[in-house]
Design a protein around this ligand. Sequence first.
Ligand code: ZN
Length: 446
Amino acid sequence: MSQAELILSAELSFAPAQQIEQQQQQLLRRHVQYVAQHSAFYRRRCQQLGIDLARIGSYDDLTQLPLTTKDDLERHGEHNGDEFLCVDQQQISDICLTSGTTGLPVAFMQSGQDLDRLAFNEQLAFVTAGLSADDRVLIAAAIDRCFMAGMAYFLGLKQIGATAIRGGSSSVAVVAQLVQRFHPSAMVGVPTMLLALASTLREQGIDPQCCGVKKLICIGEPVRQQNLELSALGERLQQTWQAQIFGTYASTEMATTFVDCPEGCGGHVSPQLMMVEVVDDQGLRVPHGTAGEVVATPLQVTGMPLLRFCTGDIATLYTEPCNCGRNSWRLGPVLGRKNQMLKYRGTTVYPPAIFAVLQEIEQVAAFYIEVFDDYALSDRIRVVVGSACPELTAHHIEERLAARIRVKPQVVIEDVDSVCRKTIQQDKRKPVTFFDYRTECTAFGS
Ligand SMILES: [Zn+2]
């Protein structure tokens, strides 16, 4: 084996901060040493910049290293010599594709050890959300198509001894049948899909609140606001299912999960699996408690290890101990994508803040927003809402947006079907609700 054995202590998050730090430093040194030995990309880049990787041994030392971007992964990945790949072809157990919300999906090669690490990551995440061997968990997420997430949930559930029900995400009707037949105690899925599932059950005369689902592990969409309280979407889910809501945040590149504990004050990350930083536009660290771009250094990865990977996601890091007893760091909800930041008359806002206000309005059945750069200093934002309710006016929505987030974009109301025709795209996991027509931006996010 090309790297030392995995160090996986489920209790490390509860250790004193100093002990966590020491353990992380040991793992970081090992990680950097491994990268220096095996990664053509980092060897070359550090040589060019005159950086001695052997000198990187602490969280603060990380700032001496350059950031790694998605662009680096695309340019130097599978199509160009696989410069990130650190294991032999025979050691690759699984190929994952990034979800490709921006740009092309990137292939991530997983060694057998990486899959063990992934299983441990998800085990810790489920334990943090209070799941145990007694639980039956319906996975309403894709387990195929080279996605990492569905497989990770399955591995994690096996690890804690729970029962997995692999419902997938392609058919709400199939998942609804599985709920009725197997009565899961918890579900993992995208919030909007879990709401659609509840509607489907109601149409069949079944009350979702009587299905026995006690916990919802939410993926892909934030269920909390910046102040860490549940968002309208989170609250609607909670009321619909009468279940406890847990937000999670993860990505293929990070191969590590942030997950809410029952205190619900940010997603805990396992200290032996990742070092996390938050940086500003210039790539400089911001003080803890300030929003910025999440930068991840996943530890103990062997297939395609990364140093200081820029996620493009904006969130806030909290380092104080949590009331649940863990001293692991927490991350607030993702406020938006860095490249989706909107400028509106001196205010900056991310699309999810607009979505959150729309989700508060019951008569809003579907929506998307479009952004144009007609003016130099301010973006033009157009909010298209699908509603079947004749009483709902564009003016009402505009006023509500202005009151909540100090942004007053143009609002247009259309019939629900025409909005859905634009947002429901066959090849996407989630409805596409953000269309960026600004000249400098070519990527369409979700
Ligand atoms: Zn906690």
